[in-house]
Design a protein around this ligand. Structure first.
Ligand SMILES: CC(C)(COP(=O)(O)OP(=O)(O)OC[C@H]1O[C@@H](n2cnc3c(N)ncnc32)[C@H](O)[C@@H]1OP(=O)(O)O)[C@@H](O)C(=O)NCCC(=O)NCCSC(=O)CCC(=O)c1ccccc1C(=O)O
Length: 275
C-alpha cells in the first residue's frame, strides 16, 4: 500500500512532523536522537497540531507516532529535567505540560490512534495509554520507569492503567519497572493489535479508514462516554455538552432561540413528550 502523506502547511515545528492523508492527520514526535523523548516545546507543538486537527472538519482521525522504527516515545527528556518541579524550556521555565497534553488527548472529540514501533516508555507510554486505540509493531516494548528515574505519574498513568490492565498488573508495571513486549501488552489489554513492523502503517491506516466510514457523532459521544466516569464532573460536562450540541440542532431547541429573537413566547406544544 502506498500512502501519500502531505505536510500540513502553516507551522514552523522543530520537534514534530505534522501531515495528513485522506481524512487522517498524523503527528510524529521527531526527536529520534533521544528515542523521541519530549521536552516542553515538543508537547506544545503536539498540542498545537492536535487543536488544528480537531478544528479541521475534513479530519476524522488522528495518528500519534514517533519518528523511525526504534521508538514511539521514551517519555520526558531527562536532559532538560530541572530542579524546580518540571522540565525546562529554552527560556528556562519549568513545565509539567505532558499533563496538559494528556487531557487534550482525552478531550479531542476525534479518535486518536497511537502507532507504536519500538520503545513506548515512561511518560511516552502514558501518552500511548491515553490514545483511544494502539496499534503496535512486533518490535514494540512497553514500560514505566518512573520509580527508577525519580518520577511517577499518579494520575492517568496509574489510575487509567489500572482500569485498562487491572490493578494487580498496573502495580506490577509501576513497582517493578519491567519492560513488556508487544505480545505481552496485547494479552494484558494494554494495546489493540500487534502487526509486523513492515505492515504497521498499512494496518494503522486500515483501522483509521474503518473509523472514517462510521458516524463521527457516534464516535465522538462514545469517546466522551468512555472517559466520563474517570473524568468526574468534567467528564459529565463533556458528555452533556454533546447532548446540548445535538439539542441545538433540533427544531425544538431552535424554537426557544427563535422565540427570544422574535420577542414572542416560545411554542413548544408541537414537540412530543416522548416516553
Ligand atoms: C528507552 C530505553 C530503554 C532505550 O534503551 P536503549 O535502546 O539502550 O537506548 P539508549 O542508548 O538508552 O538511548 C539512546 C539515546 O537516547 C537517549 N534517551 C533515551 N531516552 C531518553 C530520555 N527519556 N531523555 C533523554 N534522553 C533519552 C539516551 O540517553 C541515548 O542518548 P546518547 O546520547 O546516545 O547516549 C532507554 O533509553 C531509557 O530507559 N530511557 C529513559 C526512559 C525514561 O526513564 N524516561 C523518563 C520517564 S519519566 C517521564 O517520562 C515523566 C514525564 C511525564 O510525562 C510526567 C509524569 C508525571 C507528571 C508530570 C509529567 C510531565 O509533565 O513531564
Amino acid at each position: 500500500m502506498n500512502v501519500v502523506w502531505t505536510p500540513i502547511e502553516g507551522f514552523a515545528f522543530t520537534d514534530i512532523l505534522y501531515d495528513r492523508t485522506e481524512g487522517i492527520a498524523r503527528i510524529t514526535l521527531n526527536r529520534p536522537q533521544v528515542h523521541n523523548a519530549f521536552r516542553p516545546e515538543t508537547l506544545e507543538e503536539v498540542m498545537r497540531a492536535l487543536r488544528h486537527a480537531r478544528f479541521d472538519s475534513s479530519v476524522g482521525v488522528v495518528i500519534l507516532t514517533g519518528a523511525g522504527t526504534k521508538a514511539f516515545c521514551s517519555g520526558g527528556d531527562q536532559s532538560v529535567r530541572g530542579d524546580d518541579g518540571g522540565y525546562k524550556d529554552e527560556a528556562g521555565v519549568h513545565h509539567l505540560n505532558a499533563l496538559d497534553l494528556q487531557r487534550e488527548i482525552r478531550t479531542c472529540p476525534k479518535p486518536i490512534v497511537a502507532m507504536v514501533a519500538g520503545w513506548s516508555i515512561g511518560g511516552g507510554n502514558v501518552l500511548q495509554l491515553l490514545c483511544d486505540i494502539t496499534i503496535a509493531a512486533d518490535n514494540a516494548r512497553f514500560g514505566q520507569t518512573g520509580p527508577k528515574v525519580g518520577s511517577f505519574d499518579a494520575g492517568f498513568g496509574a489510575g487509567l492503567l489500572a482500569r485498562t490492565i487491572g490493578v494487580k498488573k498496573a502495580k506490577e508495571v509501576w513497582f517493578l519497572c519491567r519492560q513488556y513486549d508487544a505480545q505481552e501488552a496485547l494479552e494484558m489489554g494494554w494495546i489493540n493489535a500487534v502487526v509486523p513492523l513492515d505492515r504497521l502503517e498499512e494496518e494503522t491506516i486500515a483501522w483509521c479508514r474503518r473509523m472514517l466510514e462510521l458516524s463521527p457523532t457516534a464516535l465522538r459521544i462514545l469517546k466522551t462516554a468512555f472517559n466520563a466516569d474517570s473524568d468526574g464532573l468534567a467528564g459529565v460536562q463533556e458528555l452533556a455538552g454533546n447532548a446540548t450540541a445535538l439539542f441545538y440542532m433540533t427544531d425544538e431547541g431552535q424554537e426557544g432561540r427563535n422565540a427570544f429573537l422574535e420577542k414572542r413566547a416560545p411554542d413548544f406544544s408541537k414537540f412530543p413528550r416522548r416516553p
